[in-house]
Design a protein around this ligand. Structure first.
Ligand code: NAP
Ligand code: ZN
Length: 342
């Protein structure tokens, strides 16, 4: 079968490899779609640790082709979404229920072969059923959505809350929808691209603004601004120093800031502890998807969270190497690798 292999830092290639055989408790999945995420590009550049040679792709969905011995609750032909993050279940954090902080965390598509291939083999615990009738590509959004659900849980949004979302990529656009669903009545998305702002408003943002024009913090939090005194909750989904620094300034006294965006390791940003303290700002970070994958799958299966507008292009495995080795195209939200097309 064909697979996109990271062979070393900066060396990605489409290779013919043996189709894997499901071992005990494993499922062989025929991949229907796998999203290209910023992390795949970081892995390519060696900015995120991995274990080459390995097949990349951690946002996959597909149909069970074959089941290994000892599998129960799954059958051939069933559509599933994969949770790539495998916790050990035994380390101190796992035993406290904090599986995303597992000391031995392994990820499919990072430490073991993933979904940029015709088939992927996964432990049954990592699979979650999706309905047969779901458009086949939609399941590829379960993994990013599961990460956003964790961020929303930590944000403790209440009915009537006001929320600012920084960054209009796939994460920001999913967070906008989740924030509305969680009860926020004001959701303002800040992103530079006009197209993304328009899409955010279609998906539920009550307002949007371009953060690169004028003093956005002063404009939004002014008495006559969209969020007088600041927002109850600010969710950072851009992963750039500028937005991480802006986030506390956009929060109201006693407000909450949730950081979802990933900054390169070692990079520092400026925050003012005096201000955080005197306004008692809660600064929280949110890492991956502890026990949220089933909820993500259900929200996508029911059509409650809209993902079709987030698909910018579909490419075959042949084009995936080039797409992962280069920055995302301008305006692109999500490119999906669909084995067999192109
Ligand atoms: P993305 O497609 O790169 O989206 C980020 C968006 O931020 C861009 O679309 C860009 O849109 C916007 N942006 C850039 N600079 C900005 C600025 N100065 N002000 C406002 N917006 C700005 O990435 P993504 O896939 O949505 O992911 C977002 C972040 O979440 C990444 O850092 C990713 O690594 C991280 N992530 C975290 C988790 C987790 O578990 N915590 C899980 C998945 C992803 P414009 O050009 O319109 O400004
Ligand atoms: Zn563990």
């Amino acid at each position: 079968m064909k697979a996109v292999r990271l062979e070393a830092t900066g060396k990605l290639a489409l290779r013919d490899v043996e189709r894997p055989e499901p071992g005990v408790g494993e499922l062989l999945v025929r991949v229907e779609a796998c999203g290209i995420c910023g992390t795949d590009r970081h892995l390519f550049h060696g900015e995120f640790p991995s274990k080459p040679p390995v097949t990349l792709g951690h946002e996959f969905t597909g149909i069970i082709e074959k089941i290994g011995n000892g599998v129960s609750g799954f059958h051939e032909g069933m559509r599933i979404t994969g949770d790539p993050n495998i916790a050990c279940g035994r380390c101190p954090e796992c035993q406290r229920g904090r599986v995303n902080l597992c000391h031995n965390l392994q990820a499919i598509g990072i430490h073991r072969d993933g979904g940029f291939a015709e088939y992927v083999c996964i432990p049954q615990q990592q699979a979650f059923e999706l309905p047969d009738a779901l458009p086949p590509l939609h399941g590829a959004f379960c993994e990013p959505l599961a990460c956003c659900i964790h961020g929303i849980d930590l944000a403790e949004i209440r009915t009537g809350s006001s929320v600012v979302v920084l960054g209009g990529g796939v994460i920001g656009l999913l967070v906008v929808q989740l924030a509305r669903l969680a009860g926020a009545t004001t959701v303002v998305l800040l992103t530079r691209s006009e197209e993304k702002r328009r899409l955010a408003e279609e998906l539920g943002a009550t307002d949007s603004a371009d953060p690169s024009t004028g003093d956005i913090v002063a404009r939004l939090t002014a008495v006559n601004g969209l969020l007088p005194g600041g927002a109850d909750v600010v969710i950072e989904c851009a992963g750039v120093a500028e937005t991480i620094e802006q986030a506390p300034d956009l929060a109201r006294r006693g407000g909450t800031v949730v950081i979802l965006g990933v900054m390169p390791q070692g990079v520092k940003v400026a925050v003012e502890p005096f201000d955080l303290l005197f306004r008692e700002i809660k600064l929280i970070s949110s890492f991956i998807n502890p026990f949220t994958h089933r909820r993500a799958a259900d929200l996508i299966a029911s059509g409650t969270i809209k993902v079709e507008p987030l698909i910018s292009r579909r490419i075959g495995l042949e084009e995936a190497v080039e797409a992962i080795s280069n920055p995302a195209r301008k305006g692109e939200i999500r490119a999906l690798v669909v084995p067999g097309i192109g």
